[in-house]
Design a protein around this ligand. Structure first.
Ligand code: AMP
Length: 416
């Protein structure tokens, strides 16, 4: 146990962490360009927040939360998603009293007690955005455009954007009733899970992955068929904006999302080639959520994208950049005096902004050169007795395999 990490978690090692920085930097840049500012909320919250904010009848709340009692006997939950916390922060810090809309983004770990497999973990990372206080269809389009722009900048241009509208609570009541009528005669044939969903949340039957339920649901009424005039107009305009932006999408009437609080636009982004867990992100509008969490009636919309799956997609397409994150220069010193000289040169190189390192093991010249090669440095600077006598150093270009003598006091400018 001492040397084994918990199931469904990962170590992100040096050499891999550079890929994470790369993705996080692209996310931060896109957000900045779209006017979204970063927010950081706690990793854990009061359990009630998620019960209310994610919804009691969701898989997350029913079976996936990491919940525990703290020493003060409060029920605490490791956040399974980001939206509820951002809503809480918006209310607690009275951000609704400032300029609207509030446009925020976050990047960080989420925790769900899920069955681990490729692309599905118990600790995973999401990049998400939220817009509070704007209900125009253009905002729905902006949110989806931002997601697709982000993927595009990473070189993921072949992902599929699926969109649907779930309508307002009134449309939901209509479709709920129609679905119950539709499934009533075959209720006994649905899986146990869906028999449960039938009464509480029949929409989720459309989302069931079991073969029999999928087959039974083939001709079922969909939310899109039940939209009221206002919701239909909203959805038409969202699609018009997407067409104006030239962003391709698939109208997917079967798309319902796991969370209870979605209204109007719902979307999901798929990378069909990364395995069974093909959803690389999803989101939608949740106009009732902020009020449900005790705030003033406020429209909201957002998305969450899974960073591990984005990495899988980048890897499978060979789109990860080759990032050189180690030192650029390695000082090879032979002899006590040379080691001392090198140590102070090392400090000067670093002060000049050049990533540099040296040997601390007292290795031979050959062993130091071999180590420098393994580090993948661009240059080595070799200092021995001879060089000390001459007041020079040997600068070796590791890629070209060439080297030259240069005066010791010119090494920094030469490297720059
Ligand atoms: P959700 O919050 O469930 O809508 O998920 C949004 C995105 O987060 C998904 O499209 C996935 O890319 C990612 N995601 C959700 N759950 C997991 C998980 N257990 N492991 C890895 N990624 C996940």
């Amino acid at each position: 146990m001492l040397t084994t990490r918990p199931r469904g978690t990962a170590d992100i090692l040096p050499g891999q962490v550079e890929n994470w920085h790369y993705i996080e930097n692209v996310a931060a840049r896109v957000c900045r360009e779209y006017g979204y500012r970063e927010i950081r909320t706690p990793i854990f919250e009061h359990t009630e927040l998620f019960v209310r904010g994610v919804g009691e009848n969701t898989d997350i709340v029913e079976k996936e939360m990491y919940t525990f009692q703290d020493r003060g006997e409060r029920s605490i939950t490791l956040r399974p998603e980001g939206t509820a916390s951002v809503v809480r922060a918006y209310l607690e810090n009275k951000l609704y009293a400032g300029p609207q809309p509030v446009k925020a983004y976050y990047i960080g770990p989420m925790f769900r007690y899920d069955r681990p497999q490729a692309g599905r973990y118990r600790q995973f990372h999401q990049f998400g955005i939220e817009v509070f206080g704007a209900q125009q269809p253009a905002v729905d389009a902006e949110v989806m455009a931002l997601a697709m722009d982000f993927y595009g900048r990473l070189g993921l241009n072949d992902l599929e954007l699926h969109i649907n509208s779930l309508g307002c609570p009134e449309c939901r009541n209509v479709v709920r009733e129609k679905l119950q009528q539709f499934f009533q005669p075959v209720l006994g044939e649905l899986c146990a899970n869906c028999q449960n969903r039938y009464a509480r949340n029949p929409l989720r039957i459309l989302d069931c992955k079991s073969n029999r339920c999928t087959e039974l649901a083939r001709e079922a009424p969909t939310t899109t068929d039940c939209l009221c005039l206002e919701c239909r107009a909203h959805f038409d305009q969202v699609q018009q904006y997407m067409q104006d932006l030239g962003i391709p999408y698939v109208l997917d009437k079967r798309l319902v999302r796991g969370l209870d609080y979605y209204t109007h636009t719902a979307f999901e982004i798929m990378a069909p080639d990364i395995g069974a867990q093909s959803s690389v992100g999803g989101g939608g509008r949740y106009n009732g959520l902020i009020e449900a969490c005790g705030g003033p009636p406020t429209p909201g919309i957002g998305f969450a994208l899974g960073l591990e799956r984005i990495l899988l997609a980048l890897e499978s397409r060979g789109k990860l950049p080759d990032i050189q994150a180690g030192p650029v220069v390695f000082l090879v010193a032979v002899g006590d005096r040379a080691v001392r000289e090198s140590f102070s040169l090392l400090a000067r190189l670093r002060a000049a902004g050049i990533a540099a390192d040296m040997d601390y093991q007292g290795r031979s010249l050959k062993a130091q050169m071999k180590y420098a090669g393994k580090l993948g440095v661009r240059y080595t600077v070799i200092i021995g007795e001879d060089e000390l006598q001459k007041g020079s150093v040997v600068l070796r270009d590791m890629t070209a395999g060439s080297q030259r003598d240069i005066p010791a006091d010119q090494i920094i400018s030469a490297l720059k």
